[in-house]
Design a binder for this molecule. Structure first.
Ligand code: FAD
Ligand code: SF4
Length: 322
């Protein structure tokens, strides 16, 4: 059985409290929300904070005000918000597709959007990783997926992040220097190690969803076990309608890169067109080409690449029928 290391657990009651605790703890401190990602990672010694600062006791992070969602709202709550099921169904669908009910009861929106990137050579016990001499994401020097690569290719595996990028949500960050608001698309780096643009001492406090005004979005997920698994491919598709035609669009893929990967080539095909069979086929083809999954998650990578075409087609067909 994997055991947690010894650490100090602090419970912040306000954002100011949490920032002060983090400043006191320095680089050895980390924030935690539901802990469904951080605690398993600590058991495998991926992250080794000496001080863990819980954000769950900060009232404002648990609130939902119109389209602004506090980041400690659990995935169960988010997926069951009746108003959001109508107005932002891609968000509630993605939240509902995360893992199991137990994990959704604990896991939060903020933790999901900051989720560590994943790789078959990394999500292993300390002893397993030691046996292969570790890798550059933690404790080692080489990438076992691409040994001549100077970078880590661990995969963005959040279900909700691609949806946030696709719909153009904004994130409010609170840190020692004050507050800033960033578009979801600028919160992520395509780098398996430095996968967030957020500083370690910044708290993701709130997610601002766009008001529902003439756009629609859907999310489709590929995984081995429908009841449980991380996405090996996620497709978030957003369109702004102009009558029956698409005025603007965004297609974002999860599970194929170290960030939610926007595919502007596919969006360009959709712009100013109706979602006919031909247009959907061309957009799916445009998404297929830049989709380059690596051999570090479940399933055969060439099959996962082919599934990009299938899942983009399904997502756009769903948008056409709504
Ligand atoms: C068996 C299993 C299956 C899973 N399946 C899926 C899946 O299918 N899809 C999926 O998307 N995820 C999956 N997960 C991952 C995880 O459960 C969810 O992503 C969950 O939403 C993470 O939220 P959390 O609050 O538990 O995060 P935590 O573990 O608390 O935090 C995760 C990371 O985010 C940071 N963090 C958390 N909140 C904040 C904040 N407000 N500000 C700044 N930093 C913050 C923490 O420091 C940590 O680095 C799975 C996990 C397990 C164990
Ligand atoms: S992609 Fe390479 S460096 Fe990154 S976690 Fe996997 S093996 Fe390690």
């Amino acid at each position: 059985m994997l055991r947690l290391p010894t650490f100090t657990y602090l419970q912040a009651r306000s954002l100011a409290d949490a920032l002060r605790m983090k400043a006191d703890a320095g680089p050895d401190g980390m924030f935690v929300a539901g802990g469904t990602d951080l605690y398993p990672n600590m058991k495998r010694r991926h992250q080794e904070p000496r001080t863990v600062i819980s954000l769950m006791g900060i009232p404002e992070l648990g609130q939902v005000e119109r389209w602004n969602v506090g980041t400690c709202v659990t995935l169960s709550t988010l997926s069951n918000l009746p108003s959001f099921q109508l107005s932002h169904s891609a968000v509630t669908t993605a939240a509902r597709l995360v893992s199991t009910p137990l994990l959704r009861n604990m896991g939060t929106l903020g933790g999901n959007l900051c989720l560590d990137t994943r790789c078959n050579y990394y999500n292993q016990s300390y002893e397993w990783r030691k046996a292969i001499d570790f890798c550059m994401k933690k404790d080692g020097a080489i990438c076992w997926v691409a040994p001549s690569s100077p970078r880590c290719w661990a995969v963005s595996s959040s279900d909700i992040a691609p949806v946030m990028v696709a719909i153009g949500a904004e994130y409010r960050l609170v840190g020692p220097q004050g507050e800033r608001v960033v578009p979801a698309g600028r919160f992520y780096h395509n780098d398996g190690i430095n996968y967030l643009t957020k500083q370690p001492d910044e708290i993701l406090a709130e997610v601002r969803l766009p008001a529902p005004d003439g756009w629609d979005a859907v999310y489709h997920k590929l995984r081995r076990r429908g009841s449980f698994d991380f996405p090996v491919l996620g497709v978030a598709a957003w369109v702004k309608w102009n009558g029956k035609k698409v005025a603007d669009a965004r297609i974002v893929l999860g599970g194929v890169a170290s960030w939610p990967q926007e595919i502007p080539e596919a969006a360009a095909v959709l712009k100013d067109a109706a979602l006919s069979d031909d247009i959907i086929e061309s957009a799916a083809d445009a998404a297929y080409r830049p989709s380059k999954p690596m051999d570090n998650t479940d399933f055969d990578l060439s099959w996962r690449k082919q599934m990009t075409r299938v899942y983009v087609t399904r997502a756009l067909e769903e948008l056409r029928t709504r």
